[in-house]
Design a protein around this ligand. Sequence first.
Ligand code: BG6
Length: 539
Amino acid sequence: MIENCCCKTYSISDVKQYKEHMLQKEIKPTIDKREILCAETVPGPNAFVVFGASGDLVGRKLLVSIFQLFARDLLDDRFYLLGCGRKKFSDLDFRKKAEQSIREKSDLISPNNLDAFLSKLYYVDGDYNDSNFYERIKARLAELDKIHKVYEGLVHYLSVPPFLYPTIVENLAPAGLACTKKLHSKQHIKLVIEKPFGKDLPSAVELNNKIHRCFNESQIYRIDHYLGKETVQNILMFRFANTMFEPVWNRNYIDHIQITIAESSGVDHRASYYDKSGALRDMFQNHMLQMLALVAMESPISFEGDHIRDEKVKLLRSIRAFDVNKLDELCVRGQYIYSQIKGSKVNGYLEESGVRANSKTETFIAAKMFIDNWRWKGVPFYLRTGKRMAVKETEIAITFKKVPYSMFSSVGLDELPANVLVLRIQPEEGISLSFQAKRPGAKTCMSTLTMNFSYNELFETEPPEAYQRLLLDCMAGDQTLFTRQDAIETAWRLLSPIMQAWENDEYALYEYPAGAESFPAADNLIESDGRKWRQLLKA
Ligand code: BG6
């Protein structure tokens, strides 16, 4: 069954791990008219420890996502969650806080399921630097494991500021909460870490080294929430479950590829984090490069986690290093300034509270990249991402080469538009393909048409929130959608020349009005090659 499965299965790197996986998980295949085969990953029993449990993200996203999984019956009955944080909360306080967030955000509440879920939540407070805190967590886990009969899975989820990662990890180990053999013999312990994972190559290597002293790579789950998005996962199915695209997915047929993540929001309440980060670190190093890897990588030998992750890293390694002497031609940065959007005043980046005076942090980046391998040699990849742009929109657009010769020139049409395939990641998830077709009427009457597939229309449902997929996979021990150490380090290595160059003031930081779709320097990056950015929808 597993071998035949064309939906989600496992990351299995050796026989021992395979057996562990089989102990922990069960696959439930279902087939209906539309699905060829549908397998869902069901995790075994897990104790889920959340560090930073009194913080914002946990309330807004994590607890709501876990509740959704619970309400959809995707968690084992024995699952429980232990929140850990600095604030002094009782179990009851924590449950009340959770209830409030869930009531605000969840659409799956039934008369019984919320209370049943809340009864699985517990809390311990303490100081992250105090080794006693971890001893108390261990004692509480031992007590709760007995109540809930959890003897196998333990997940530590770090939802704390990144400077606390090493502190927590280094304290988990002496308390026996990191190394599997110190706990129950069957226990599999996992560590989940949010981005940012380092701020450059040296800091990422240092963090990886510290974590590896306590956890091995098969225990580490580095989250890039873009990989949990349905439409990002669909890139693999689209490319490798169909024969018709792969033969033309190369330099012989593709003219160029554009990847866009445009956001209409600004930095909101995250200015103090963002100001130290900027678009390159916040979006480009992770989400953008992961999407590039998925769209450009070779076919993995199987749907196993490490086979897919191997191909992604291979692709990232094939990206041509940025030439610092030509950086202006390859990479442009911008910062939004005050403007009016639909009649309302919108602050410039420098006016946002929490941003340093005269900050040079970029809120926009556009880059031209090349992949030096047989498939892609000479094909430009244009990537852009920015805050406070005209719309919120994420897409990958593949523009094919124009027909080599127009037989219609005899009737006055010398050049035909290129076919464009668009993988729309958000907000209106779907795929579209443009092509030329005859219009009814006059003998020679042609138009460019767009064939459009919309997820919402076809499946009549909104795609689930990315976090749900990722949480489920990490509890089930499937690392496919998590970023491996080598991918993180390769991405930082690639961007190092840009970060170093931008630190000195010789490189321009362009201004763009909040709500703009682009600006001249960013346009020039692509127009100097005779191409254009795709217009953002609804702009
Ligand atoms: C996060 C960034 O990783 O992704 C944010 O830190 C950004 O700055 C967010 O707004 C965008 O995610 P999404 O899912 O809304 O496209």
